[in-house]
Design a protein around this ligand. Structure first.
Ligand SMILES: O=C(O)CC1=CCC(=O)O1
Length: 93
């Protein structure tokens, strides 16, 4: 099942810089593990924003929830999930 997920990050300005940097490093490792495993298919920076749009290919809503809930930056994120269906004009479908 494919999902487009927009993640907007808003880290509080008063967060300890060492904790902020460590959390961002854990976020990167977590994301890259899932990319290597094939469930996190794409990640794109939204130009000019501390946001990304990502494409996930997971077996269920529950699995997507588990992945998103486990994001090290989850506490500082607004997350918008869009389930994807095949478009009838897609020449690759
Ligand atoms: O920087 C972001 O957009 C937040 C994020 C999600 C996965 C990652 O590595 O960074």
């Amino acid at each position: 099942m494919l999902y487009a997920v927009k993640m907007h990050v808003a880290i509080p300005h008063d967060l300890d810089p060492a904790e902020r940097d460590a959390t961002i490093a854990r976020e990167k490792a977590y994301s890259q593990d899932l990319q290597r495993g094939g469930e996190w298919r794409h990640i794109w920076r939204c130009a000019g924003q501390y946001s990304n749009i990502s494409i996930f290919d997971v077996e269920s809503n529950e699995r997507l929830h588990e992945i998103l809930w486990g994001l090290p930056l989850f506490a500082y994120m607004t997350v918008e999930v869009t389930p994807l269906a095949t478009h009838p004009s897609d020449i690759h479908a």
